[in-house]
Design a protein. Structure first.
Ligand code: ZN
Length: 304
């Protein structure tokens, strides 16, 4: 490249660098979040003091994720690594070790009272209890996530304490507000319209909080497929109990639910966001949008 062209290129690039935050970008706290829901919570609490990389992005399934060499480099370069825990990211321990990560690891579910799910699935039939990792599907738990994220960010970046505390306080009050809305909406559903079918058992915490019953052909992880026996059992149950609606999930294949709909005549109630956010253009680009969308989708399908 000749020197004049080089100057022109430099002149073109300079405003871009300034616009992206200039010198401040380098000072940001580098945080890696394991999946999209957690990344949004970190964004809400960290604000512009943090730079967040997300390993499992929107509409992707963290249960079956396979880390890449690029992920190992991302983790290695971070000061803070935030994970859900409760066995959700089965691949994380190995990734963390192989990356040589030396920063601060935060488990967002620390202090949460976890639910056990009886594993009737997976084909092995040993019926052992499994810890349900989907704790974010309760807004009361989300407040514990936010507290852990806030405290972890403060520990890694003490100079940001007042910003993290203020952001977290604001976010926590929005969570409380949505929780009150959710409880009011679901309380209005008739008792015989509170059973729904989803793809995998991602709504245990939601069910316990809002008194709905979720029935799923797949277990707490999407790793093992539902057996023909599981599916037949659910089809009998839908018919016998007149379960009104079947809900798709953004991370799951809809083939199985289509079969259930064909054989039972249950209606499709819409798509629930279980383990991942939508992209920016979708209905669930943030955790609170996701939760509001799920409440609206459920109550709309079950009240009519
Ligand atoms: Zn799941």
């Amino acid at each position: 490249m000749n020197p004049r062209l080089l100057l022109q290129v430099a002149a073109l690039l300079t405003p871009v660098l300034l616009a992206s935050g200039g010198a401040h970008a380098a000072d940001k706290l580098k945080v890696v979040a394991s999946f999209s829901i957690l990344a949004d919570m970190v964004h809400q609490v960290g604000g512009d003091r943090v730079e967040i990389a997300t390993l499992v992005g929107p509409n992707a399934d963290a249960h079956v994720y396979q880390p890449t060499p690029a992920d190992a480099r991302t983790v290695a370069g971070a000061k803070v690594l935030i994970v859900n825990g409760l066995g959700f990211e089965g691949w994380m321990a190995r990734l963390q070790k192989s990356s040589g990560f030396k920063g601060r690891a935060i488990v967002a579910t620390k202090g949460i009272k976890s639910l056990q799910m009886e594993d009737e699935h997976g084909g092995k039939g040993h019926g052992h209890a499994e810890t349900d990792p989907h704790a974010w599907q309760s807004l009361a738990n989300a407040k514990i996530y936010v507290g852990n994220v806030r405290d972890g960010l403060i520990a890694a970046d003490p100079a940001g304490r007042s910003a993290y505390e203020a952001n977290a306080a604001k976010y926590l009050s929005r969570i409380d507000q949505l929780d009150a809305e959710a409880k009011a909406k679901i309380a209005a559903l008739p008792p015989d319209r509170r059973r729904v079918i989803t793809s995998h058992e991602a709504f245990g915490y939601f069910a316990a909080t809002y008194k709905l019953e979720f029935i799923a052909p797949e277990g707490v992880s999407t790793e093992s497929e539902a057996s023909a026996k599981d599916v037949a059992k659910i089809i009998r149950q839908i018919k016998a109990q007149k379960i009104p609606a079947v809900f798709m999930e953004n991370i799951a294949d809809r083939k199985l639910l289509d079969q259930i709909v064909r054989e039972t005549g249950a209606k499709i109630g819409g798509t629930l966001y279980s383990d991942a956010l939508s992209d920016q253009a979708g209905p669930a680009p943030t955790y609170l949008d996701m939760f509001r969308h799920n409440i609206q989708t459920l109550t709309a399908a079950l009240s009519s």
